[in-house]
Design a protein around this ligand. Structure first.
Ligand code: ZN
Ligand code: ZN
Ligand code: FE
Length: 757
């Protein structure tokens, strides 16, 4: 006889861990008990030697898919003669702080019940168990108990209740447990809110087949769906949604269907089929039958697999691929309440597929791709949030407010950083409200009372204004690119001093200009700006972002002066010189013309120079299309110059611009020029890092900023830096775009305020 006391911490609560332990104990004839307390799961187990050992070994090996074991401690005791194994009532203090599970894709067992005609949940769109189903989006408050979720109005029937109370059952304490006789239900209605009284799923399918657009209430908000192979339906959706070119995501029935449209490698398949079920950006096959207007001017497609029972039912009919784009008009946040959706989407959707399980927290689909054989998260939201990022050092409780575009906020507690779901672009009242409500919700869920607040230095960001309006809290302004670099350091668990390369669109600099092509000598607390792109004017401020031709003209004028007008390149035929003259005067008189060292703006300029995009319809479009056309087999590159100014090195791109113009005049195709251009930027980053290494002796390079969403560039740079002997760190868990900066802000604020060195 042997007895062991086992303490397990990590994500081990609310995801079927105790029933798993109970069943495992039965299997190995182990006796004793299991309970949850505020630190995690606590097991007292007794059995004969072999059985107890097998029981202990099986715990990490067979743990439920959603669990993440962080520590596992065993302590052997004198046997006490237990007669059976039981699940003890949780200790009182239990729920003050527990990790909360993200929403999880329907598990295989639920799926087979869903399609089994003998099962009493046959075709029930809300089937779930402790291994799957909604979590984060339905939780209103802690402790995570049914009456504190949006399942509260539904009283379990006897059958459901029996499952819920049975420790051996897969639905033991599954808070959203439900069935057709006691749970939520589904219905279809038209724009006039008139219920269509037939089988809602059958009817929805028929409508989709005829080209209709349906608003579908999902897990974290509404989707707008249509047949992805019907060009007319997709174009219709585009024009009604006022979304010109920004790609739509699609949902495919299964991985086989995905393969008919896209190339899928092993890691991409793993990501697509994982419990998080994010959108994965894949290389599109030329012969795919998906309508062109799903993702115009791109060679990729954002694809996801069904993640709720409703999706599985919808994709089980004749349509194997649906457009599933967020239910909003242009840049508004995704609609998630019925009344709000019906109001905002009535001009877009022909019908509404609704249900009465309320969504408490709006949560968009996550967006990912694969880089270097690992997930590379571009939008971290449904399926990932609110699972924390584990830090290598404990932090005080801090609220970090993030940036403006793709905003997320972050609250910290010990070594956990809770990065919020995707809030969106903080440019209107609707998003701001969502941001403020989100912060209150996270504070409540994780019992966090911030001791300090961190914010971006940009005075106009609504997140900054919100931070500054909070009374009685110490406040720390964090430079945008410092936050980017520290965010990447923190997720990689590295400390000390690094070379931070922040290639970005827009970030407020400490000198009041707009930064975005920055080389920082940085640690968690401070930074030194050791090199940056040469500053150029941005005539019209935000308009220069919307109209890349302005940046093209700026770079031409910077390189050729007034001679720019005489250049024999196509762009000169497209430019309205009257407009340009007005802008030139604005630059001279310093009217509405900030100065910038942004790499994102240089990509825009080159995109326009090559005739790819003079005006954009969504953020980043010019750079994305420049990457899309780039020839991958080019080895040549353009020249550039690096020189020392008083405090930092300056990278002058006029030689690059001259080279591009010379190639254009020779009629070299845009694909080659773009390929050469990407090579050049990679070389420029590597050369600058080498000079910095010689001067300051640092060998670790951290890459961050929105420009590194460019897969061609990040691959080239990583390879070249590693070839030069650098240790290179990139993002994987946290977005490289502004969706990741709140994490960096939190760490910097902690170091500035609470870490005295
Ligand atoms: Zn399940
Ligand atoms: Zn029931
Ligand atoms: Fe940024």
């Amino acid at each position: 006889m042997k007895r062991a006391e086992i303490r397990i911490t990590g994500m081990v609560q609310g995801i079927g861990f105790r029933p798993f332990i109970y069943n495992l104990a039965q299997k190995h004839s182990v006796r004793g008990w299991v309970l949850n307390n505020e630190k995690g799961v606590f097991i007292d187990a007794e059995g004969d030697d072999g059985n107890l050992n097998r029981f202990i070994q099986d715990i990490p090996k067979m743990a439920p898919p959603l669990s993440r074991i962080e520590t596992f401690q065993i302590n052997y005791l004198e046997p006490s003669g237990y007669r059976l194994f039981e699940i003890k009532k949780s200790e009182e203090a239990e729920e003050r702080f527990v990790l909360i599970s993200p929403d999880i894709a329907t598990c295989d067992q639920c799926l087979s019940e869903l399609f089994s005609p003998r099962d009493f949940r046959y075709r029930y769109p809300f089937i779930n168990c402790t291994l799957c189903g909604p979590r984060f989006t339905i939780i209103k408050n802690i402790p995570y108990d049914r009456h504190k979720t949006t399942m509260a109005p539904f009283t379990m029937c006897l059958v459901c209740k029996k499952e819920y109370d049975d420790p051996a059952n897969r639905r033991f304490h599954a808070q959203p447990n439900a069935c057709p006789s006691c749970g939520p239900s589904l219905w279809l209605e038209d724009r006039e809110a008139k219920k269509v009284s037939v089988d809602p799923i059958e009817m929805t399918l028929k409508l989709l087949e005829t080209g209709a657009i349906i608003a579908i209430k999902g897990l974290g908000g509404f989707h707008l769906a249509c047949n992805a192979k019907n060009e007319e339906a997709v174009s219709n959706l585009r024009s009604r949604k006022f979304r010109e070119d920004k790609p739509f995501a699609v949902m495919c029935r299964d991985i086989e269907e995905v393969r008919t449209h896209c190339e899928v490698n092993q890691e991409e398949e793993r990501l697509l089929t994982g419990v998080e079920r994010p959108i994965v950006i894949l290389k599109r096959k030329k012969d795919s039958l998906i309508a062109h207007s799903v993702a115009p001017y791109q060679d990729t497609l954002g694809v996801m697999l069904p993640y709720s029972p409703l999706h599985h039912l919808l994709l089980n009919g004749s349509l194997k691929t649906l457009v599933m784009t967020s239910g909003n008009v242009s840049d508004e946040p995704i609609a998630y309440r019925d009344d709000e959706a019906k109001n905002r989407l009535r001009k877009i959707a022909d019908y509404f597929l609704l249900h009465d399980r309320e969504i408490h927290m709006r949560c968009d689909d996550s967006v990912t791709r694969v880089f270097k054989g690992k997930p590379f998260i571009i939008r971290r939201s449904r399926g990932y949030v609110p699972f924390p990022i584990k830090l290598s050092l404990p932090l005080e409780m801090i609220l970090a407010c993030g940036g403006e575009l793709k905003n997320t906020f972050c609250v910290t507690r010990g070594s956990y950083a809770f990065l919020s779901h995707h809030i969106g672009d903080l440019e209107n009242l609707e998003t701001l409200t969502s941001f403020e409500e989100g912060i209150e919700h996270f504070k409540r869920l994780f019992n966090i009372e911030p001791k300090a607040v961190a914010y971006d230095l940009h005075p106009d960001y609504l997140s900054t204004q919100y931070a500054l309006s909070l009374p009685d809290l110490p406040k720390v302004g964090v430079q945008h690119h410092h936050a980017h670099i520290v965010s990447c350091m923190a997720e990689n668990g590295i400390e000390g001093e690094v070379i931070g390369v922040a290639m970005d669109g827009t970030g407020f600099g400490t000198d009041g200009t707009i930064w975005g092509g920055e080389f920082l000598k940085a640690n968690y607390k401070d930074f030194d700006r050791v090199a940056h792109l040469k500053r150029v004017p941005m005539p019209g401020g935000p308009m220069a972002i919307k109209q890349p031709w302005r940046m093209a003209m700026v770079y031409l004028a910077d390189t050729f002066g007034d001679g720019a007008k005489e250049l024999k390149i196509d762009l000169m035929k497209r430019i309205d010189f009257q407009k340009w003259d007005v802008l030139k005067r604005a630059i001279e008189r310093k009217i509405n013309t900030p100065w910038t060292s942004s790499m994102g703006r240089f990509f825009d300029a080159v995109s326009s120079l090559l005739g790819i995009r003079d005006e954009v319809n969504y953020e980043g479009q010019a750079a994305i299309e420049l990457e899309t056309v780039a020839a991958r087999d080019v080895r040549e590159e353009y020249a550039f110059r690096i020189h020392q100014e008083q405090r930092s090195m300056v990278i002058d791109l006029s030689e690059t611009v001259k080279g591009i113009v010379a190639d254009l005049e020779k009629g070299v195709p845009a694909s080659n020029i773009s390929g050469k251009f990407h090579q050049t930027i990679s070389r420029l980053i590597t050369e600058t890092c080498k000079i910095i290494r010689t001067r300051v002796g640092l060998n670790r390079v951290v890459l961050s900023g929105g420009v590194f969403q460019n897969m061609l560039l990040i691959s080239l740079v990583t390879k070249e830096l590693e070839g030069s002997g650098f240790e290179v760190y990139t993002h994987h868990l946290v977005p490289t775009n502004d969706g990741g900066i709140s994490l960096g802000q939190a760490v910097v604020a902690h170091m500035r305020l609470f870490q005295c060195v």
